[in-house]
Design a protein around this ligand. Structure first.
Ligand code: COA
Length: 171
């Protein structure tokens, strides 16, 4: 059984991630979407539990996709689970150097680890979780960037003047 892991911060999961996850689910027997931790990033907006719940909500129709989280090295997670493939989306040439470095480091840590890069769909080239958070925080329309299943949750957390945020602010 070929098991692939799609790792990321997913803060929050976007349509760009979902495109990669869906395509990976057609290529591999099982795909684990792994909420993992990038030590170079500041505190996440959404808790680990919320990020997992959002990924479960947007992948519920994909039978061979499961969600997990791991606060350690990706290479160790692969060793632990028997997964051998890391799937990453490449958005632009600018992603390449960093991703290349990560792929080589992961291979060095665990020789069986192969990284497979899928080219990100053209319409998602500019997309990132940060772009979604920034647009939402100014009250902009993020419906083209995230699944309808999690749209309200993100808006409630980040959009100014929503009932939920007013309640947050009042505390
Ligand atoms: N379409 C649109 N956007 C995408 C995308 C796609 N297909 N794929 C990624 N992105 C976005 C992400 O949302 C993210 O946006 P953000 O920076 O605004 O949050 C950005 O591109 C970068 O994504 P990525 O390179 O996957 O970084 P990440 O922080 O989400 O994930 C980890 C990095 C967590 C996978 C990595 O740090 C890791 O493996 N950590 C575990 C510890 C470890 O093993 N470290 C490496 C040692 S070699």
């Amino acid at each position: 059984m070929k098991i692939a892991v799609c790792p990321g911060s997913f803060d929050p999961v976007t349509l760009g991630h979902l495109d990669i996850i869906e395509r990976a689910s057609k290529l591999f027997d099982k795909v684990i979407v792994l909420v993992s931790f990038n030590k170079n990033k500041n505190k996440a907006v959404f808790s680990t539990k919320e990020r997992i719940e959002m990924i479960i909500a947007v992948t519920k129709d994909l039978d061979n996709v499961v969600v997990d989280c791991f606060d350690g090295l990706l290479a160790d997670y692969l060793k632990m689970t028997g997964a051998e493939v890391i799937v990453k989306g490449l958005r632009a040439v600018s992603d390449f150097e960093y991703e290349f470095q990560m792929a080589l480091a992961n291979k060095k840590l665990y020789n069986d680890a192969e990284t497979v890069f899928l080219t990100t769909a053209g319409e998602n080239m500019f997309l990132s979780s940060s772009v979604v958070k920034e647009i939402a925080s100014f009250g902009g329309d993020i419906s083209g960037f995230v699944s309808p299943a999690i749209l309200e949750k993100i808006k409630n957390r980040l959009c100014p003047n929503t009932d939920a945020q007013q309640a947050d602010n009042a505390v």
